[in-house]
Design a protein around this ligand. Structure first.
Ligand code: BGC
Length: 753
């Protein structure tokens, strides 16, 4: 399906594919990646002159980020704006509310400094697109750039100038509910999506854009036990190899702000971590934008047990490098006394203020605080037909066909009666996902409606919920079973309620909640073919369904166009092309389970003394990268541009992929890399490239994937990123377990030397 492409995206992505720059690269390459200065010269002059005129309270006011109440700035907070004691609001949106707040700031405060107006535009503003985990299933960063761009345009029309997205936390633990908000488990895929979304939101920060925030810095997804906000303890190696790459890439893409995470890492809460926020982010990476805390995270340093008072918490956060205090008012209320007592340097406050003013300048707020927001703009832009079409196209791309026995799908035969069953089939709220901005349930096309529209006149679509999502009653089973019995096919939509994933929504099991699996058993027992449609915000461990349901579509939460997207795939108008951006376990007991693991000294085998469980295979239910199509693809003729290369060389990998079936379809060709022997233990495989390839029936094409030093390098024993000599394997195929295999060697010096 042709999605609108953003012309500048491929060029940008070309710069952003690596984990790091190997040391063999000349310094000029690094400079090319640096973020551009936050302020141009006239802006710097404006900022200097403002700073020179500001009182200490006004300076700390710029660092104070305050939440709105019911989408509007509270009257008491507008009074604070007049006093110059608010730098920005979050969750104030809508042209009316934002214009009012800006007007108070620019017309009624002493210095007339405009406000940052932040909002969580996570996967759409009013037009809700698939959740980020679903978007990652498209393996199409350009699609994510397009949805971010469109979401920014909607948000800007409503006066929002700053988004708290993209969320780029790597998640290896599906119990953690916020896995729904990110791009899954892989640093390479996650980095591409991070860059795409930053570019989509910000473009050149001209009209219809918002400043992006990459969050949550850092390793928030590594919470112990998958329990949100919980302790994180991991090595610098894992941090650099797995959790940091998407942040690093977002910084290279010019992201305007970074949000700290709630968690600690090894005893130091991120919001007080000077190594992370200053040495690494600003020093090593050259980030020049704004650092904002998460919601009340500054004051929470007291709960963490590293600050004895709110004032101490404020000082710790500012000194570590947090410029803006979200919602705890610790900076505003406690730091003036510390500065006056000489316990905190005012120069440090000035630095933070410069960054906040720099962000405002970068957004053009001093020239036009409203940036085109108006009720008319909202009417013209929100939920525009082209935007809904984009939502539908991306929904289609995001669906992953997990199983399709005897080609039950697509539903192409003569169907007279379809039973649409399950507690999520008619839900309008849940398809929006756990964090849906200004989205509304009324905008959602349900699965039931999508199927009804597609089936058309002369056919019968019958619906029964069968049970609730999490309830224990089986009283509705009989009606559902009766409809299934009388139908040609049953489409059963099961899964999680939207609020079962997202923030503060960790689960200790990965089952279908309530009696849903029993409903599947009962419907399956009718003998009518069953298509299981899953709607959920995390991978679910469903071994019984995987064995017994003949066809399974993973749809995640697809947003406003859910029903159309599902129908497009069910009826074969488009062949599914989504691939899993996360590993799906067999059981919660396997967690954490991820594809790019280490081999260990005793990899799982048939012998007792190997790394495995007594009661489960070591393999997942569905591997990373998995996803079927309505056609078949044959991989052949793997060719490498060289059998031996030097440490600064690039390897070109070519493969021929042929559509051997009867339907046009898109395949996502995946390239994985394995270093045989390294200075540190290598991952058994790691994703190092992929390509979307649309093929007509019978068509075969050669694809080229390029492995540059950025993909080949690793962090060695001393944490220096470099390409190490030795032998390597490449695997090119449809997922992380199948594919053709090639071998090459990297010598310490360029071949021929
Ligand atoms: C979340 C952030 C979010 C912020 C503001 C916090 O609870 O962790 O992701 O941006 O609230 O809404």
């Amino acid at each position: 399906m042709a999605l609108p492409r953003i012309a500048w995206l491929p060029a940008v992505l070309g710069l952003l594919t690596g984990l790091d720059t190997p040391r063999s690269h000349p310094p000029a390459t690094r400079r090319a990646h640096a973020t551009r200065p936050a302020t141009q010269v006239p802006e710097a002059r404006l900022i200097d002159s403002l700073l020179a005129r500001m009182t200490l309270e006004e300076k700390l006011g710029q660092l104070n980020l305050v939440a709105g109440v019911s989408d509007t700035a509270a009257t008491a907070d507008l009074a604070l704006v007049r006093q110059g004691r608010v730098g920005g609001f979050l969750s104030v949106f809508g042209a009316g509310a934002t214009r009012t707040a800006q007007r108070v700031a620019v017309e009624q405060s002493r210095l007339g400094i405009p406000l940052l107006l932040g909002y969580d535009v996570i996967h759409g503003f009013r037009t809700i697109f698939p959740i980020p985990l679903a978007e990652a299933s498209t393996w199409d960063p350009a699609a994510a750039a397009a949805t971010a761009r469109t979401a920014a345009r909607e948000a800007a029309a409503a006066g929002v100038n700053w988004t708290f997205a993209p969320m780029v936390d790597i998640a290896r633990d599906p119990r953690w509910g916020r896995i729904a908000e990110g791009s899954g488990e892989d640093p390479y895929l996650g980095s591409l999506f991070a860059a795409a979304r930053v570019q989509g939101f910000q473009a050149e920060l001209g009209s219809g854009t918002v400043l992006a925030t990459v969050k949550h810095f850092a390793a928030y997804g590594a919470a112990e036990g998958g329990r949100d906000y919980n302790t994180v303890d991991l090595s610098e190696r894992t941090l650099r190899e797995i959790y940091l790459p998407p942040f690093r890439t977002a910084v290279r893409a010019g992201v305007g702000s970074v949000m700290t995470s709630f968690n600690e890492i090894g005893g130091i809460p991120s919001t007080a971590n000077g190594w992370l926020l200053t040495n690494l982010l600003r020093g090593e990476w050259g980030f020049r934008g704004l650092v904002v805390s998460d919601w009340t995270a500054v004051a929470e340093l007291e709960q963490h047990g590293v600050a004895g008072s709110r004032a101490a918490a404020g000082a710790l956060a500012l000194e570590a490098g947090v410029d803006m205090d979200m919602q705890s008012r610790s900076y505003l209320e406690t730091l003036p006394a510390l500065v006056r007592a000489g316990r905190l340097r005012e120069a440090m406050v000035d630095e933070a203020v410069r960054r906040v003013l720099g962000a405002k300048a970068r957004l053009g707020l001093f020239a036009d605080p409203y940036r085109g927001a108006s009720p008319d703009a909202e009417r013209a832009i929100l939920l525009a037909p082209a935007t809904r079409q984009l939502a539908r196209d991306v929904a289609v791309e995001a669906i992953v066909l997990l199983k399709n026995d005897r080609d039950l799908l697509p539903l192409t035969g003569k169907l007279r009666t379809v039973a649409v069953l399950g507690p999520l089939a008619e839900s309008k709220e849940d398809p929006l996902g756990p964090w849906h901005g200004a989205g509304r349930a009324q905008d959602v096309v349900t699965v039931l409606r999508g199927i009804q529209e597609r089936m058309g006149p002369g056919t019968s679509v019958r619906y029964a919920a069968g049970c609730d999502i999490a309830g224990t009653s089986t009283a509705g089973f009989a009606a559902a079973v009766a409809l299934a019995r009388a139908a040609d096919v049953a489409v059963l939509v099961l899964g999680e309620a939207a609020e079962m994933s997202g923030e503060a929504a960790s689960r200790s099991t990965l089952d279908l909640p309530g009696v849903q699996e029993q409903l599947l058993e009962a419907v399956g027992a009718t003998g009518t073919p069953v298509v299981l449609g899953l709607m959920n915000g995390r991978p679910l461990a469903l071994p019984w369904a995987a064995e017994h349901a003949p066809a399974i579509l993973e749809t995640w939460f697809l947003g406003v166009e859910t029903g159309h997207g599902v129908a497009d795939v069910l009826f074969g108008d488009v062949s599914p092309s989504g691939k899993l951006p996360v590993t799906v376990p067999r059981s919660v007991g396997q967690v954490p389970i991820y594809y790019n693991h280490k081999n260990s000294g005793r990899p799982p085998g048939s012998e007792k003394w190997t790394s495995k469980y007594l009661d489960l295979p070591a393999t997942p239910l569905y591997p990373f990268g998995w996803g079927l199509s309505y056609t078949r693809f044959r991989y052949s003729n793997l060719r490498l541009s060289a059998a031996r290369l030097g440490p600064a060389d690039t390897l070109r990998v070519q493969v021929t992929v042929t559509n051997t079936g009867a339907r046009a379809a898109t395949e996502i060709v995946q390239l994985y890399l394995r270093q045989d022997v390294g200075s540190v233990t290598p991952a058994v495989r790691r994703l190092a490239g992929f390509r979307r390839l649309a093929l007509a029936p019978g068509e075969g094409r050669s694809v080229e994937l390029v492995l540059a030093p950025e993909q080949l390098g690793v962090y060695g024993r001393d944490m220096t990123f470099a390409v190490e000599p030795g032998t390597y394997h490449v695997f090119v195929g449809p997922n992380s377990v199948e594919g053709l295999e090639g071998r090459f060697e990297i010598s310490a010096t360029p071949p021929g030397d």
